[in-house]
Design a protein around this ligand. Structure first.
Ligand SMILES: [Zn+2]
Length: 285
């Protein structure tokens, strides 16, 4: 069991009297960079224990390396580099097969036998719950029910993560998402400079602003978030329409606009809550 001693590296960011543990559950290496990296860096800087769990090694992602074991190993190495940049205390890979994506963005027919989407929800949830219990996790992040942009493994993160939190009785569950409204505004601007960017895929992705309960200002951690993204080099060098590759090319001011905030939905907080910190107590609904 990890000791919850107060670390010395809180460094005046925020004085905390209790070290809490936050577990960030993601489908593939690089998902943490896009969705939660700033929050992770912030909590770590405040002195909290930050644990990163991935369901798969992302061995079927789009990259210059052929899909398979070598790509999986490369992506796990990148995940460790990202985790180090963010101040994570522990990284766990549940080791399921990356379900991949069909060319139309749906479920791939040629997926591996141990694909995460074919895993028994209860069995996978129990494995994650064991980590939550061992860590005495105060908070778990999962994805929204749509799985963000809809990757089947991301939808499975919502199901498995939600059930794991029930089993382990984790008090706070946050659905990591993106506020679709400013994202679409920024992407419509970006498309002028990057005409190859297909923004239609984003029009029904993630969550509209009205359901979002948490807007976490992570502007101070833009450097760490950028380092986390840069760590996932295999994904950034794939086809030039890859999201991460495109995002890394966005000029700093626009990057700051889009990535100054991270968004979460807490289902047991009243609709319209405007919380600023993952551990903030929501108002009574
Ligand atoms: Zn993913």
């Amino acid at each position: 069991m990890p000791a919850k001693a107060h670390p010395n590296r809180a460094n005046g960011v925020n004085l905390i009297d209790t070290v809490k543990t936050a577990v960030f559950f993601h489908a593939h290496p690089d998902d943490e960079a896009l969705l939660t990296a700033g929050t992770m860096a912030m909590l770590a800087a405040e002195g909290h224990r930050v644990v990163l769990v991935v369901a798969t090694s992302g061995e079927r992602g789009q990259a210059d390396i052929e899909p398979g074991e070598e790509l999986g190993a490369t992506r796990l190495a990148e995940l460790y580099k990202s985790a180090a940049a963010l101040g994570c205390a522990r990284v766990v890979n549940l080791g399921y097969g990356d379900s991949g994506l069909a060319p139309d963005g749906g479920i791939a027919e040629d997926r591996p036998g141990d694909a995460f989407i074919d895993a028994d929800t209860e069995e996978a949830a129990r494995r994650l719950a064991a980590i939550l219990t061992e860590e005495k996790a105060d908070l778990l992040t999962i994805y929204d029910p749509a799985g963000g942009y809809g990757h089947p493994d991301h939808v499975q993160v919502h199901r498995v993560g939600g059930r794991a939190a029930e089993i382990a009785r984790t008090p706070i569950v946050l659905e990591a998402t993106v506020n679709r409204d400013p994202l679409l505004r920024a992407l419509r601007l970006a498309v002028r400079f990057y005409p190859q960017l297909d923004i239609r895929a984003f029009e029904r992705a993630y969550s509209p602003g009205e359901v979002i309960t948490h807007r976490v200002n992570v502007r101070r951690f833009a450097r760490q978030k950028r380092a986390s993204m840069a760590a996932h080099a295999s994904q950034a060098t794939g086809a030039d329409t890859r999201t991460l590759g495109v995002l890394l090319k966005i000029p700093q001011p626009l990057y700051r606009l889009v990535f100054g905030t991270e968004w979460y939905v807490r289902r047991d907080a009243p609709l319209g809550s405007r919380l600023r910190h993952p551990f903030e107590i929501p108002p009574k609904g």
